[in-house]
Design a binder for this molecule. Structure first.
Ligand code: ASP
Ligand code: MG
Length: 474
């Protein structure tokens, strides 16, 4: 029988310092007694942010930034290494590898400051330093426990397109390379510790998969190696029924479907990178979300079907850093190109549209973009519709920044009558006014827009209405 294989990814907070990395090593060493394990690591929490910020300041030509950055990375990783690695030879080996990576980082930073230009490709290389430093450190921590291990850079494994800043994997060559490089190690009982977040085109320089991309790295490798399961270790217990800071009764959901997890990822419950589940969907590989700080807890299992019991509602999400834009006026009724022009404009300014609603009277269309995109979008719309505004075909283009989207998510809501009714009744009882509503025909998600001040009440009342706080109601 083929031995079991697990891919385990550890996020930034799970590898945030020496104590956390030691805990991770324990989890991996224990799992390796039962199955093959491939480890994927992020950078220590905060490191990638620091790299990205420093990189953009380098563009102003401030070379001192380079030295400060490299020095702080050296100090942080040396401190962790001293706590984790006890053998003199092993420490020296890690220090040598760290210096190679830092020297490369230093050259990239100096170069950026010198030519005062930060290309997407250089930004990718600079932002990859955190993962590249962490993999050898985590591998050394495993060796400390007597578990054989080898650090590997994912540029050797994950073949991507050349789109810097958000590259996409090419699964066939990734499969071939991962098999060729990782399988022999696994057969020898050596645990590969792979850098998350990065890859490379077959004949090009390092790319990143986008911020938060190491979840994606884990599922890409899991699919490439036909793993039996993927475990995303993080700092929360799994996928919760709602954000516990907003709804104290929120609890962990034992099992959800790919579809539900994707709805939640897109809609603000940022447990998973939105693309995470794509690679595992064709083979139906289960993905777990578990807490590395409480490994005794079961976590959430994401499976193709989820578990289909109860009234269908699984979780609630809310996003508040968004703005509502309305394009309206009686003049747009029956004018067929208004919708088309509005959304080509949002596409031109690369605004991410989160929700769209138009009533059948066609008096206005409203949609939601993230706050960061709002100004740019409205200005572009005013330019696009300048003539129509002058001739009063379009009467107004307005923006309301004080709003929030709340979404009720659950795959089995499909065909379950009454979910919308119960939701809106619950909101009515709490006097929460609904500004706009949208439900896709997939019926996995009912989203509504409320004033930001009413967001918490909306969440609390809906959570209560569907009994999401009660154990085993999902
Ligand atoms: N370190 C990268 C980031 O912060 C990737 C990740 O954490 O998933 O975006
Ligand atoms: Mg992350």
């Amino acid at each position: 029988m083929k031995p079991l294989l697990r891919v385990m990814k550890f996020g930034g907070t799970s590898v945030g310092d020496a104590t956390c990395i030691a805990r991770v090593a324990q989890i991996v060493a224990k799992a390796s007694l039962e199955s093959g394990v491939v480890v994927v690591v992020s950078a220590m929490s905060g490191v990638t942010n620091r790299l990205v910020e420093a990189a953009s300041r380098l563009e102003t030509g401030d070379r001192s930034q380079a030295a400060t950055l490299i020095e702080s990375l050296r100090a942080q990783h040396t401190q962790a290494a001293e706590a984790l690695i006890h053998g003199a030879a092993q420490r020296k080996q890690f220090a040598a590898r760290m210096e190679e990576i830092l020297a490369e980082g230093n050259r990239l930073c100096e170069g950026t400051a010198l030519i005062r230009e930060l290309t997407p490709r250089t930004l990718d290389s600079i932002s990859s330093l955190g993962e590249r430093l962490l993999a050898p450190l985590a591998a050394a921590a495993l060796e400390e426990l007597g578990t054989r291990s080898e650090a590997i850079e994912a540029t050797e494994l994950i073949v991507t397109d050349p789109y810097h800043g958000g590259a996409e994997p090419l699964m066939e060559p990734t499969h071939e390379r991962s098999e060729a490089r990782l399988r022999p190690l696994l057969e020898k009982g050596i645990i590969p510790v792979v850098t998350g977040f990065i890859g490379a085109p077959s004949d090009g320089v390092l790319t990143t998969l986008g911020r938060g991309g190491s979840d994606y790295s884990a599922t890409i490798l899991g699919a490439a190696l036909h793993a039996d399961e993927i475990i995303i270790w993080t700092d929360v217990d799994g996928v919760l029924t709602a954000d516990p800071r907003l709804v104290p009764e929120a609890r962990t959901i034992p099992e959800i479907s790919y579809r539900e997890a994707a709805e939640l990822a897109y809609f603000g419950a940022k447990v998973l990178h939105p693309k995470t589940l794509r690679p595992v969907m064709p083979a139906g590989i289960p993905v777990w979300i578990r807490n590395s700080f409480a490994p005794e807890r079961a976590g959430t299992k994401i499976t193709p079907q989820g578990r289909s019991i109860g009234g269908g509602v699984k979780a609630l999400t809310a996003i508040s850093d968004v703005a509502l834009i309305t394009v309206g006026g009686p003049g747009i009724v029956g004018v067929p190109d208004v919708v088309g022009r509005a959304f080509s404009t949002t596409a031109e300014v690369r605004a991410n549209v989160l929700l769209i609603s138009q009533s059948s009277s066609q008096n206005d269309i409203c949609f939601i973009v993230s706050s960061a995109d709002a100004r740019r979008t409205v200005e572009a719309l005013r330019r696009q519709f300048a003539q129509d505004l002058a001739h009063e075909k379009v009467e107004h283009i307005t923006i309301d920044p004080e709003i929030a989207i709340v979404a009720v998510v659950g795959e089995n809501m499909r065909g379950t009558p009454g979910v919308a009714g119960r939701t809106f009744n619950a909101l009515g009882r709490e006097n929460v006014n609904i500004i706009a509503i949208a439900q896709g025909s997939s019926e996995c998600n009912i989203s509504f827009v409320v004033a930001r001040g009413a967001m918490q009440a909306a969440l609390a009342s809906t959570h209560r209405e569907f009994g999401l706080g009660a154990p085993c109601s999902n």
